[in-house]
Design a protein around this ligand. Structure first.
Ligand code: NAP
Length: 314
C-alpha cells in the first residue's frame, strides 16, 4: 500500500491485491480510483507501473496524491455488471485486458475511431455521459517498434501472427501507418477470416495476404517485421508459433509476450541473426498513453518501465 495516501484513504483501501466484483458493491475508497480488469489478472504489472508514475506525478502536483490504481479479476459474464459498478463508483479510468477487450468494444457507446476499426478496447475514461473507449495498444505497438528497431512501419512488410484482440489492434496500426503489405496468419480460420474482411475495408490500397501458420512464408523482403500477437509463448515450454527460417536475416521480430522475457520465437530469431524485442516496451507505451488520457499529464516512461521490470523480477 503506498505511503503517500492520506490515512483516511489508506483505511479505506482493500487489503487484498486482487479485488473482485463483491468489492465494488461496497466501495469505500475516497480517492480517485483507476484499475486494470481482466480474468485472470493476477500477473498484471499495470498497478505497479501506474502507481509508480502516479506517485512521481503527485510529488509535483499534489492534486494526484489520492489517485490509486487497483487490480480486479472479473469473469467475462459479469463484466457488464462490473462496468456499471465501476462507473457508479467513479473509477476515473480502466484498463481492460484478456479476455475483455473485444467484449467491451461491443458495449461502449462512445469510442475513438481506433476502437471501432479494431473492434477492441483496452482503455476507458469516465465522462458525464458514460465511459469513453480507447485502444492504446495501437500506439503502444507502434512506439515499441519505433523505439526497439529505430524504424517506422510505413512501407514495411508486416507478418502478423494471431487474430485475437491484440492482433486486431496491431493490424489497424499497420494499416493506418501504411505498411507496404500486411501478411496475416492464425491457428484457425474462424477468427482470421472476419479479421481479413474487416481490415480490407479499412484500406483497399494495401495488399492483405493470408498465409498458413505452418508456412513456408513466401516473403523475400528485407524490410519485414514479424509480430507475434498470439498467446503461444506464455508458457516457458511453448514452441514458437511459426518457423522463421527462410525469412531475410534483416527481419525484425516483435513478440508481444513479455513474461517470459524470451520466448521460443525470439530465441529462434536471435539464432538467425534477426533483431528482436519482447512485449515490455509495448506494455509500457500503451500504459503511458492510458495514463495521459486519464490524468492529462505525461508520465515518465522510464519510471513506468523500471516499475514493470522490478515487478516482473519479484
Ligand atoms: P486473444 O484475443 O485470446 O487471442 C489469442 C490468439 O492466440 C488467437 O489468435 C489464438 O488463435 C492464438 N493462440 C492461442 N493459443 C494458440 C496456440 N496454442 N497455437 C497458436 N495460436 C494460439 O488474446 P489477445 O488479447 O489478442 O492477446 C494475445 C497475446 O498478446 C497475449 O499473449 C497477450 O499477453 C499479448 N499482449 C501483449 C500486450 C503488450 O502490451 N505487450 C498487449 C496486448 C496483448 P485462435 O484464433 O486459433 O484461437
Amino acid at each position: 500500500m503506498p505511503t503517500r495516501l492520506k490515512p483516511i484513504l489508506k483505511r479505506n483501501l482493500p487489503e487484498r491485491d486482487v479485488l473482485r466484483l463483491g468489492d465494488l458493491a461496497n466501495w469505500r475508497f475516497e480517492g480517485t480510483p483507476l484499475a486494470v480488469v481482466g480474468h485472470p489478472v493476477k500477473h498484471s504489472v499495470s498497478p505497479e507501473m501506474h502507481n509508480a508514475a502516479l506517485e512521481e506525478l503527485a510529488d509535483r502536483n499534489p492534486g494526484f496524491k489520492d489517485w490509486h490504481y487497483f487490480k480486479f479479476d472479473i469473469e467475462p459474464e459479469r463484466l457488464r455488471e462490473a462496468l456499471a459498478l465501476f462507473y457508479r463508483n467513479k473509477f476515473k479510468g480502466l484498463n481492460l485486458t484478456v479476455p475483455h477487450k473485444i467484449l467491451a468494444a461491443k458495449w461502449i457507446e462512445a469510442a475513438e475511431p481506433e476502437v471501432r476499426l479494431s473492434g477492441a478496447c483496452n482503455t476507458l475514461l469516465w465522462t458525464d455521459n458514460g465511459y469513453r473507449g480507447y485502444n492504446t495498444d495501437l500506439y503502444g505497438m507502434t512506439r515499441a517498434i519505433e523505439e526497439s528497431f529505430a524504424l517506422k512501419l510505413r512501407g514495411r512488410q508486416a507478418l502478423l501472427i494471431g487474430a485475437g484482440g491484440a492482433a486486431r489492434a496491431a493490424a489497424v496500426a499497420c494499416l493506418t501507418h501504411k505498411v507496404g503489405a500486411l501478411h496475416l496468419t492464425n491457428r484457425t480460420r474462424e477468427k482470421l477470416d472476419p479479421l481479413v474482411e474487416e481490415m480490407a475495408g479499412i484500406r483497399d490500397d494495401i495488399p492483405i495476404k493470408i498465409h498458413q501458420l505452418a508456412g513456408p512464408f513466401a516473403i523475400s523482403s528485407r524490410h519485414l517485421i514479424v509480430i507475434n500477437a498470439t498467446s503461444l509463448g506464455l508458457k516457458e515450454s511453448d514452441p514458437a508459433p511459426v518457423a522463421l527460417k527462410g525469412l531475410h536475416p534483416d527481419t525484425k521480430v516483435l513478440d508481444m509476450i513479455y513474461n517470459p522475457s524470451k520466448t521460443a520465437l525470439l530465441k529462434e530469431a536471435e539464432s538467425l541473426g534477426m533483431r528482436t524485442a519482447n512485449g515490455l516496451p509495448m506494455l509500457v507505451f500503451q500504459g503511458e498513453r492510458s495514463f495521459r488520457i486519464w490524468t492529462k499529464k505525461s508520465p515518465s516512461v522510464q519510471t513506468m518501465f523500471r516499475a514493470a521490470v522490478d515487478s516482473l523480477a519479484e
